[in-house]
Design a protein around this ligand. Structure first.
Ligand code: ADP
Ligand code: ZN
Length: 751
């Protein structure tokens, strides 16, 4: 975090008192590097524990968090600098949240301050954001008196109007009333002027229609009863409900119970689109008591929502990953929706998993944690099978709706209809039938852009990102080449740079290309697209979904974004353009991810009155992830997959910590890896196994060379010891000083 005015004078260290209690001390956790907690003297009053403060460190100002008020100076401290005042207007984190951050930091082997920094909303330019103040006017007399006076003010119609409005509408922003009349009324003692914090409320324009009360199904009722019975203490529960089984209804009913009893509820979703949608539905039921927290809110909105959570006025808090740290003073229930989703893992330091932090929080704060999914993670499912989590199940869709039938198209036998296309005849037929019946379809293609590669057919030249050494994706609309790893963009070439040929060929297909193919096959169909490129602007995803809802779009093409959570009753066909995408990557979770994606996207079909069907195009129809998805058989998939993990020792059968080593110099990285190999040769791993070091699957990213190493073992203790030992070696070794080392505890991906 950079601090404006960092050049300003750093206070000189004060002499350290010889002995006895030292007044005004604060212990501050810093985001980076050892030592991780430093002692400072507070300037003026000691800011409370949990406050964000500015501190001098290494000749610069940086930001830290007060974590303690020590009574005596730690013996190792020889100089003592003064921390600046606390950053104004931040509600300090509660001592409980500071303690939770400590646990999380220990668990993920990262600095305490780094977790604290991730836990609070961003400050604008290093400062917290103050609430916006607005001037307001209100009556200084009872409304009846005001109305009577208004009648007497016939010669001052504006003053009369202001009085009447204030009598009818209560307090109003001064800016909306005539200034002259206001000040006159204030002098007469009829009106009071003041200021108030204005809250920037996200989605305030959104009003979902009030929902009709539904009668819970027997399994929904059983789940709700189990949740209600768990309130008041830490109980982990897994709600395994097939797609369309009404999990949201269960969350909302449970939330209502908690709020009725005066508690607060935290609901996490893996994506912003899902959080917004859920908040939208929740608003219709719970009104202003709903708060929404995610990273694409404006800094002001985010800080305001944070305050509404902290002061207890929000009862139901909905948010994405970092909302797991939301400062609910009276948490009564934590829900993690789509708990299997990899987006809960933060892929930069601190690399925490919000589901697992939710479980830590529930345990520390005595709150039940409800994990919901149609395709639970292997970790959660195994825990439920072993009786460590309570297992609640919703085996059927609501309203006696059935899961869609799934048919497989073997791409080794079926050719696409169009040359260089990707839609085969069976899928095209299904689309045609759907359109003829006036129904809607969704097509999943988990790759955005026009084509993942362009190629010069004369000389074979391809275009690569110079920073990542992977092929540029071609974006036709933007006429650009785009690196999907580091975001580098450049203008698309009009001719080959090597041989000058002007006929460049796109190879493979992304969502943008698929749109074009569909337009050619079905010129009359109205086609929409949902991927990261079409949802960059605020609320764009809600717009796209509402176009589907209102029937203005017939076919929605999209990446995994379309697979999650949405409830679009008009969709009767789901097509998967290539089901084996991602199946062969070197990652122990690859099959799990593919199964979940297929089950989730299939779950979008047939949620309304008409039954649904799914057409799955694949090169590997025999792959277990595909086969079990066809049968909607999560339990059989999980049994196979867990058996495999048992054999390979990957989670949940064992524990893994990944060390990612990065350096701008390939030579230095190679040398560091050679050292690691040497150290590992002399030290028996003692209960842990070390795989690597070797090049990471993305061996170059953003101009950095990357190697990785996995420490794996049955028990977590030896794994952590080995990691600690390696980190200490790396820290001591002068050659490895420039090396960046990311610790990834429980990695979600090995890429
Ligand atoms: P899931 O999250 O399990 O996929 P949703 O919560 O989206 O399912 O529910 C699917 C649809 O069923 C929603 O439109 C919801 O309003 C409706 N629904 C939920 N419970 C019931 C019920 N008991 N009876 C009728 N409709 C219900
Ligand atoms: Zn790149």
């Amino acid at each position: 975090m950079s601090v404006p005015g960092a050049q300003v004078e750093i206070p000189a260290p004060a002499p350290v008192p010889a002995s006895g209690p030292a007044p005004g001390l604060i212990a501050v956790a810093i985001a980076k590097g050892p030592p991780k907690v430093l002692t400072y003297k507070a300037k003026g009053d000691r800011p409370p524990v949990g406050s964000r403060v500015r501190i001098p460190l290494g000749g610069r100002w940086t930001i830290g968090f007060v974590v303690d008020h020590p009574q005596v100076l730690p013996p190792e401290v020889t100089t003592l600098r003064t921390a600046s005042e606390a950053l104004d207007e931040v509600i300090p984190l509660s001592a409980e949240m500071v303690a939770l951050a400590r646990r999380v930091a220990d668990y993920y082997m990262v600095p305490w301050g780094q977790v604290l920094a991730a836990a609070v909303p961003p400050a604008a330019g290093g400062r917290a954001v103050a609430p916006r103040r607005v001037r307001v006017a209100e009556l200084a007399v009872p409304p009846a008196v005001a109305v009577a006076r208004a009648a007497e003010l016939a010669r001052a119609p504006r003053q009369a109007e202001v009085l009447t409005r204030l009598a009818n509408e209560g307090e109003l922003p001064a800016a909306r009333l005539p200034a002259g009349a206001l000040s006159r009324l204030a002098t007469l003692g009829l009106v009071r002027l003041g200021t108030r914090d204005e809250r920037r409320v996200p989605l305030s324009g959104a009003t979902a229609e009030a929902v009709a009360e539904v009668t819970l199904t027997a399994s929904q009722q059983a789940a709700l009863d189990a949740i209600s019975g768990s309130l008041g203490g830490f109980v982990p529960l897994l709600l395994h409900g097939v797609t369309g089984s009404g999990k949201t209804e269960v969350y909302f009913r449970a939330a209502a119970r908690v709020m009725d009893a005066g508690g607060q509820v935290l609901v996490l979703t893996p994506e912003i689109a899902l959080a917004s949608r859920l908040a939208f539905l929740a608003r219709a039921r719970f009104g202003e008591r709903v708060a929404l927290l995610h990273s694409s809110l404006s800094t002001g909105e985010r800080n305001d929502e944070w305050r509404r959570v902290a002061d207890g006025s929000a009862g139901l808090v909905i948010g994405t990953r970092s909302a797991v740290f939301a400062p609910l003073p009276r948490p009564g229930l934590i829900v993690v929706d789509e708990e299997h989703d990899g987006a809960y893992k933060q892929e930069e330091s601190p690399r925490y998993h919000a589901r697992d932090v939710a479980l830590m929080r529930g345990r520390e704060q005595g709150v039940p944690v409800l994990l919901g999914s149609a395709t639970p993670s292997m970790e959660s499912f195994q825990a439920a099978q072993g009786g460590r989590y309570r297992y609640l199940t919703l085996p059927d869709r609501v309203r006696e709706r059935t899961l869609p039938t799934v048919s497989v198209v073997d791409l080794r036998e079926e050719r696409p209809v169009l040359p260089r296309g990707s839609i085969t005849m069976p899928l095209a037929d299904a689309l045609r039938n759907t359109l003829e019946r006036g129904e809607q379809a969704m097509l999943l293609l988990n790759r955005r852009g026009y084509s993942p590669l362009i190629l010069c057919p004369s000389c074979g030249h391809t275009w690569q990102c110079p920073h990542c050494r992977v092929a540029f994706t071609f974006h036709r609309e933007a006429r650009a080449l785009h690196c999907h790893y580091c975001d580098t963009r450049q203008a698309a070439p009009s001719a080959c740079g090597e041989c000058g040929d002007r006929l460049l060929v796109p190879v493979g297909v992304g969502t943008e290309g698929l749109l074009e193919e569909l337009a050619e096959l079905f010129p009359e169909a109205r086609i929409g697209r949902m991927d990261r490129d079409t949802t960059r602007t605020k609320d764009a995803h809600l717009k796209i979904l509402s176009e589907m809802e209102s029937g203005r779009v017939d076919v929605l093409v999209g990446t995994q974004m379309i697979a999650k959570g949405h409830d679009l009753p008009g969709v009767t066909l789901v097509g998967v353009v290539c089901a084996d995408q991602g199946i062969h990557v070197p990652d122990f979770r690859a099959a799990e991810g593919v199964f979940a994606l297929l089950a989730q996207v299939a779950g979008r079909a047939g949620r309304g009155e008409k039954p649904g069907r799914v057409v799955l195009q694949t090169y590997s129809p025999e792959h277990p992830a595909v086969q079990h998805a066809v049968m909607h058989d999560y339990v059989a998939f999980a049994a196979d997959e867990l058996a495999l993990r048992g054999l390979t020792g990957f989670p949940p059968a064992g524990r893994v910590v990944r060390l990612l080593l990065r350096d701008r110099s390939e030579k230095r990285l190679d040398a560091a890896c050679a050292k690691l190999v040497g150290w590992l040769n002399v030290r028996p791993a003692g209960g842990a196994q070390v795989l690597g070091p070797g090049p990471a699957p993305m061996a170059v990213l953003r101009d950095e060379f990357r190697a990785h190493l996995l420490v794996k073992g049955e028990r977590v203790g030896p794994v952590r010891q080995t990691v600690r030992w390696l980190l200490d070696r790396l820290e001591e070794d002068s050659l490895c000083r420039n090396l960046r080392v990311d610790v990834d505890v429980d990695p979600q991906t090995l890429m």
